[in-house]
Design a protein around this ligand. Sequence first.
Ligand code: C5P
Length: 225
Amino acid sequence: TTPGPLQGRRILITAGPTREPVDPVRYLGNRSSGRMGFAVAAAARDAGARVTLVHGPCELAVPPGVQAHAVETAAEMHAAVLEALEGTEVFIATAAVADYRPATPAAQKLKKTREDLTLELERTPDILADVARRVDGLAARPLLVGFAAETGNLREYARDKLVAKGLDLVAANRVDGGRGFGHGDNSLLCLWPDGERELPRQPKDRLARELITLIAERLQTHPAN
Ligand code: C5P
């Protein structure tokens, strides 16, 4: 068999939603199924990569041959990513990480009263931005790939994200009209500092393979190579 385009490469991927506890029985979550990230993990494995997948709660089978770490919260995902970062050549952040979490989760189940309830929320760590800060200046800086789920102004918001987070590639998708979260089909507008490519709407497993092909191409021009 011929070697794949990512033969022997070490790829770290985040996938799925996170859950942020409100109390022992309740959480704040989102509608991410994890399907895109799991498909990217399988496609990277098929391209010959050694794949580590850090994922939130998903009802999906881990692709055989992929090293998986299941986590629940943004803080746990952040810690698992930092632990796996050493030696990573490509970091792909597909996870829909909660942006906010309850500031002080209750130790006991909250009892309902006649009053309304206000929850105080605090920011979670931005895992991708933190990885970008940590690897900045390293000789073997991994290629950093982010996702952007937007309902409008796709290209503009995605370009902003590329620059703001210091990324090498952003894959942007619309989350309206039957695409994106929880859906089988998706399309991606992929942007890098001096180019872009539209990957047309198709099932997520095929789309993931096209994304991996593009990532392998970008890796060829990456300084650490
Ligand atoms: O800023 P925004 O959430 O739109 O950025 C999305 C990208 O950043 C995705 O690649 C997502 O996985 C990543 N992200 C992250 N940690 C967060 C928020 C987003 O890694 N707390």
